[in-house]
Design a protein around this ligand. Structure first.
Ligand SMILES: [Zn+2]
Length: 217
């Protein structure tokens, strides 16, 4: 039986036994299958009371997802995830700082998650703000972290970017964040190097609901 089939047969939240049976590739398959259920409007129905009963015993999420705060990209929903399935960190532009890295380190090293997904999305306002070099309050520092992803695209496309140019920036940003996770976290780089986890990048399309998982692997 595939891990997705096993997952769909669970009656309660996932536990450490199920989590420890997964590889990083299995965790990625679970996310892909979840996005397909979301797209086909065939959600996994589990009793809320059973999920809460399982959750009360502890957590063993299979993946950690770093997404944007954008209201159109709700992480659990687009992966048809249940209580206890995912660690989710959300910050404008799905970028990293020490707190986000520490959170993902906790998820993978101490709580056993097998996969880190950095998820950008189409029409990202943070990426557009970085492209426009917006400077305002605490946004200034946040958007500066996205600047390396937009600078070469701005150089080539000028001040009025097409949707395609912004898409390029979004994908660049996802790749940059994946690289930075490895560069700035010895813990996560080590787990990725020995195959305990994988760090992958995707982009969610806010118009179609589909996740493109081919952005970084
Ligand atoms: Zn965004």
């Amino acid at each position: 039986m595939s891990k997705t089939a096993e997952y769909l047969n669970l009656s309660t939240s996932i536990d450490a036994n199920f989590q420890s049976s997964l590889t990083a590739a299995d965790a990625l398959e679970l996310l892909k299958a979840g996005n397909q259920r979301f797209l086909s409007q065939a959600p996994n129905a589990r009793e809320r009371s059973a999920l809460l009963e399982g959750a009360a015993k502890g957590q063993a999420p299979y993946a950690a997802v770093l997404g944007c705060i954008d209201s159109r990209a709700p992480i659990e929903e687009i992966f048809d995830a249940q209580i206890g399935d995912l660690f989710v960190a959300r910050v404008a532009g799905n970028t990293v700082n020490g707190d986000i890295l520490g959170s993902i380190e906790y998820a993978c090293k101490y709580a056993g998650s097998k996969l880190v997904l950095v998820l950008g999305h189409s029409s990202c306002g943070a990426v557009k703000g970085a492209y426009a070099a917006l400077k305002d309050g605490n946004l200034t520092g946040l958007l500066e972290r996205i600047e390396p992803a937009v600078a070469p695209v701005r150089e080539a496309n000028g001040d009025n970017p097409s949707d395609e140019a912004i898409d390029t920036c979004v994908a660049n940003n996802v790749r940059l964040v994946c690289d930075r996770i490895k560069q700035e976290s010895d813990i996560l780089a080590g787990l990725a190097a020995d195959g305990s986890i994988a760090i992958v990048g995707g982009v969610y399309n806010v118009a179609t609901g589909e996740v493109d998982f081919t952005v970084y692997s």
